[in-house]
Design a protein around this ligand. Sequence first.
Ligand code: GDP
Length: 527
Amino acid sequence: MTTEITDAIQQRRSFAIISHPDAGKTTITEKLLLLGQLIQVAGSVKGKKADRHATSDWMGMEQERGISVTSSVMQFPYRGRMVNLLDTPGHEDFSEDTYRTLTAVDSALMVIDGAKGVEDRTIKLMNVCRLRDTPIVGFVNKMDRDIRDPIELLDEIEEVLKIEAAPINWPIGMGKEFKGVYNLYTDTIHVFEQGKNYVLTDDIRIEGLDSDEARELLGVYYDDYVDEIELVRGASHEWDQDAFLAGKLTPVFFGTALANFGVREMLDDFVEWAPAPLARNTETREVDPVEEKFSGFVFKIQANMDPKHRDRIAFMRICSGRYTKGMKMRHVRLGKDVKIADAVSFKAGERELLEEAMSGDIIGLHNHGTIQIGDTFTEGEVLKFTGIPHFAPEMFRRIRLKDPLKTKQLQKGLQQLSEEGSTQVFFPMNSNDIIVGAVGVLQFEVVAYRLKDEYKVDAIYESVNVNTARWVESEDDKKFEEFKRKCSDNLALDGGGHLTYLAPTRVNLSLSEERYPEVAFRSTREH
Ligand code: GDP
């Protein structure tokens, strides 16, 4: 690989934002896009969710409901680096998608609502990040409000998230009295200005906490603040790049995304400190990002991203080498070579035909039904990237058509939606029912909405006597045949053709597990 390309790979910074709903992920994403010059003016991020349209919320339904249902990818150059920002759905019903997106990044930005502190979803997502020791940068948001004591917040991050917290800057006041942040390492104050949230402005900086300007800014609070800084320096962890890269320490920034303050300061350091594309594990060996030969895996599939195009896009993280337009790739699971000339990149929802991409980048492949989540593509080597999970659904509905003549469309729609991985479809062996499973109840609404919107199918959901699902397999063919015969009323095929046991109750599941020890009942399936 030429040094030019190796260098370009080293400049990649691929990350996602993790946060609890309402902490400000959408708002900060918008400000990042502003900094990346993908947009010139931040959209109308208003209090009322329904009428705001941040660029990353591009789906009709997302706009209506004010939730990010799907992940998209945004790429922009910033201070000599190439940033790949992967948007993740915030609502907990979509956590599977989020988990898988986290397998495709090298670092994460954790946004915390300063008034609320560490919340549920953040804890869960941190646990996912910890599986791979993903480095995390922290941003305490909403400094323009009365937030909790910053020292208490740092303690909470350390205790609840089990990660060392190193404040990089420290707030001066909060709420109406918020005056800015003081950088503990550069000894500069970044002065807060009201009402500059829609466009990029020049920073106002004061050099030195000891300066006359600093004394003037702080006024009667000056002495107390100097004491506080001393305390903070003494009591908190110091910034440590190695500990950060090992996932053991998070640098913490304070700011307000809404007022567009402190985001730039954070991003400047983020792109400097965050890791370049990391090596990835496969079943056979570790793949280095600067290897000559191309490889990548699919972590997400999205149908009909753009109603104008009516197609399905598979999102692939490139793990090594380079994609060039027209190259031949091996679809490892199918053992087939395919020529790819129409991969796309994403810029805030707009897609562009791609000439070239490399390790760390996310590209979109057109999927005509042959690509599944977890699929590996290479230049010929038989590899399989590991660690992309698929979870058993927890909620089930039988789906019935208002117009029975639309069965074909329904099946097609469900099949495609289930390929995306957030809902799953089951076809019971002994009936003509169609059962949809999901991890959260909101997903059913999304499915109903999309079936109607994209496939013109009006469907009704009914409760169904299924409590949980398990993928089943066995090495003992004879016993497995017996199991299949005796339990056929509970068996179904999922959208990918995998045999699944649909249990009406937990007790039933336990009994079957006891009765058939040779059969493995799995609650997750690695793609
Ligand atoms: P998400 O659910 O994490 O994407 O959060 P949003 O970005 O939608 O923000 C949730 C709410 O908090 C919205 O009403 C935002 O306007 C508001 N918000 C976001 N950042 C700030 C901030 O820095 N200060 C204040 N006061 N409100 C904020």
